[in-house]
Each structure stands twice: as C-alpha cells, then as structure tokens.
Design a protein around this ligand. Structure first.
Ligand code: DCT
Ligand code: MG
Length: 398
C-alpha cells in the first residue's frame, strides 16, 4: 500500500493526493501501521455521523461562520462551514496542529483558531464575538421565526437591541410570520426532541391519510439523519398518482385546522415546471408546493412527555413543522435534497457540477454532456448516476 511510508512508521503524517482524495494517516493509537483514512474535499465523499470528536473546534468555527453570515460575507462564512464539516468527519480528535496539515478545506484563519484552542482551550476571537453587541443582537433577532440577517440588520441599524425595543416601536411592521414568531418564541426556540418528532409523524400521518389514503409520508431533515434534537420537523408527502399531489397540502392544512392544532400556516403553491429545468442558477429553495407550519403538540401524545421548561404546566407546546409535496416522479430528488445536511447538499451539487459535468438540485439531475435528464426513483439511483458510493442518511451529517 503506497501510503505506508517511512514517515508514517515514525508517526509523522503524510498525504498522498489523488484527483480529489487526500489520504491522511490519522493520529490513532496502537500500531503505527494502522490503515490511513481518506478525507475528500467533498462532504458527499466523507461519511459523517453525529459523533463529533472535534466539537471544541467546530463550535468555535460555527460562531465565526455565523458572524460572517450576519455581516453578509459569504466566502469566509462558507470557508468556516467547510472546515467545520471536515473536522466533523474525522474518526478522532485533532490533538496537534500537525495532524491538520494535509486535511482539505482548512486555511490560515481556521488553523489559527485550531492552534489557539489547542494551546489555550479557547479562541479569543470567538470570545470577543460572543460578547460583541452586534453579534449578540443579530443572534437574538434571527432566533425569531421569520427574521433573517437582513431584517436583523435593519433593526440593529435603527438602534433596536431587544425584543421589547421591537415590540414597542409602533413604526415597525411585523409580517404574519414574524408575529407568530414572537408569539411562540419561547416554544420555537426550544429544540424539538426525537420523541416529539415521532409523535408529530403520527399526527401528520393521520391528517394525510384522512384526506388521501394512498398518500405517503416520509420523515426527512435532521431527524431522518438520526439527530436527537432539531429546530423543526421536516416531512415529504406525496401521492402515487402523478398530479394528485396538487391538492394534497391544502387538504392536509384544512384537516389540521379542523383538529384545532394549526397555530400558523404559510402555504406556498407549487411553481415547479419541468420545462424550466435545468436551472443553471442555484436557488436555495425548490419550487415544490410546501408549507411552513406551527402546530400545537399535546404532552399526552409524546412518549416521555414534552421537551419543555421546568414548571411549564400548559400540557402542550408549539412546534415548527415543514411539509413539502413533490410530484411522485421527483420524489427521490426531493428526499435527497431535504434530508441534508446543508453542507452535504452543497457539496453534492458542487461534486456533480465540477467532477461530473451534471446539474443537481431538488428537482432533477441533468447531464450536460449527454444533454439529458437522468431518471431516479430512489436516492441510490442518484448516487449511482453521480458515480458516488451510497451513503445512508445517518452518514450525511456533514
Ligand atoms: N436545505 C438545503 N438548503 C437550504 C435549506 C435546507 O439544502 N437552504 C435542506 C437541508 C436540510 C433540509 O433541507 C431541512 O432543513 P432544516 O430543517 O433547516 O435543516 P435540518 O438539517 O433539518 O436541521 P434542524 O435539525 O435544525 O431542523
Ligand atoms: Mg429540520
């Protein structure tokens, strides 16, 4: 095996770079001849479970990435998100800066942070940010459902710093989503547990099958990747009959309303049109019909009870739920896209584009050389078209 070199036997890291794979000996215990791990620069080639051995670095990176996001600085934000993703994929903790030498996606700035954390147990740049008024205010404002960095910026520039500043300023117009965001802020900013997600699955299953018995419901997003907690619960619902999905969500919404558990609903009808594909300009959201909901979840429906604050005796909580309903022939693409993680999806699309000359989004996969769309009825079909080894959802926590 070519990468078992002398320097490895001496315990020094070496790297052998192939086209886009870098083989790196990781600092494992035991024999110096332990096989080396392979770290690709694409998250879709790194099996990333929820076991993060480098949390102290990735937590620091996340604060920096977020701060760049708040300042609308896309490149450094992405650089820190990429670095986070690489460290999350490693099978053990980074114990010295040398161990990062051949890892992809780590630049000077990220390495400086790693070095500081290794030496001092913390990053001064991160600590400064955490106590920075602008960072704190953006973090607070963007924690409200319906408030993104742009709105946070607008409010911050007007000198507003707290929720009461916003809610008592009569010149500020809150849209319906933001009004609900403030109303249910306590509940929505509290993580949703896996038990709550399971209970919501039964609620959604019930509502969907009540309106369309043949429809299917699939849990997607973070909970489908095995997360114990999430900020919302994501579902894909569809019908076996092409076209029948069009009336599905409006009927499900009516049913939830009838059950008295719909606290907020933002329904977006489908604008999906196969004739407008492939989409050369990447857009964050797909064009399928979807709805962003806030539902009332009863404690009695959740195994082990609700994930609520101590002393909360209401017996219910508000939860964010997203439903998307693609036509059945687009199902595999929608499922792959909505399963995430965000970084996994980004790299999957980048891999398709750069390495394969293909355009992938939540709607379709297009081969630019052959000038044709590639059909897929399962996620495995899409991985196969891309010439990628299949990864289970729990390995996509990039
Ligand atoms: N997604 C994406 N690009 C976006 C937004 C979402 O690719 N701009 C995909 C990835 C995850 C999925 O949609 C669901 O989104 P979220 O609910 O925001 O993410 P999550 O992984 O489910 O995280 P959380 O557990 O916090 O809900
Ligand atoms: Mg989610």
């Amino acid at each position: 095996i070519s990468w078992f070199t002398d320097s490895m036997r001496e315990g020094r890291p070496v790297a052998v770079e192939t086209k886009h794979l870098i083989q790196i000996p990781l600092p494992t215990e035991g024999s110096p001849l332990t096989p080396v791990a392979t770290v690709s620069r694409y998250a879709c080639q790194r099996r990333t479970t929820l076991e993060n051995h480098n949390k102290k670095f990735t937590d620091a990176f996340e604060v920096l990435a977020e701060s760049y996001e708040f300042n609308n600085m896309e490149r450094p934000c992405l650089a820190f998100r990429r670095a986070t993703s690489v460290l999350k994929s490693l099978p053990c903790a980074v114990r010295c800066l040398g161990a990062t030498q051949d890892l992809p996606c780590l630049g000077q700035h990220t390495k400086k942070v790693i070095e500081e954390v290794l030496q001092c147990g913390r990053s001064f740049e991160v600590e400064e940010l955490l106590s920075d008024e602008r960072y704190q205010t953006f973090k607070l404002f963007t924690s409200v459902f319906g408030v993104g960095p742009k709105t946070a910026e607008k409010w911050f520039c007007r000198g507003l710093r707290s929720f009461s500043d916003i809610l008592t300023d009569h010149s500020i117009h809150l849209n319906r989503m933001q009004q609900s965001g403030f109303l249910h802020h306590g509940d929505i900013s509290r993580a949703v547990s896996a038990a709550e997600a399971r209970s919501l699955r039964s609620v959604i299953d019930g509502a969907v099958h009540c309106v369309t018995p043949a429809a299917t419901v699939a849990l997607t997003g973070g909970f489908h990747r095995g997360k114990e907690f999430g900020h919302d619960v994501d579902f894909i619902v569809t019908t076996p009959e092409l076209g029948e999905e069009e009336s599905l969500l409006p009927n499900v919404i009516d049913e939830l309303k009838k059950q008295g558990i719909l606290l907020y609903c933002n329904y977006q009808a489908s604008t999906f049109d196969m004739r407008k594909l492939p989409n050369h300009h990447f857009e964050a959201m797909d064009n399928f019909a979807k709805c962003f909901l806030i539902l009332r979840l009863e404690s009695s429906q959740v195994e082990g009870g609700l994930h609520c604050a101590e002393g909360d005796i209401r017996g219910w909580r508000a939860v964010r739920v997203d439903l998307v309903s693609p036509p059945v022939d687009r199902y595999a693409f929608a499922l792959l896209g909505w399963t995430g993680s965000r970084q996994f999806e980004r790299d999957l699309r980048r891999f398709a584009q750069v390495e394969r000359g293909m355009i992938l989004d939540n709607h379709a996969l297009y081969d630019k050389k052959k000038k044709e769309f590639l059909a897929a009825s399962t996620e495995k079909d899409i991985f196969a078209h891309l010439g990628l080894e299949y990864m289970e959802p729990w390995q996509r926590n990039a």
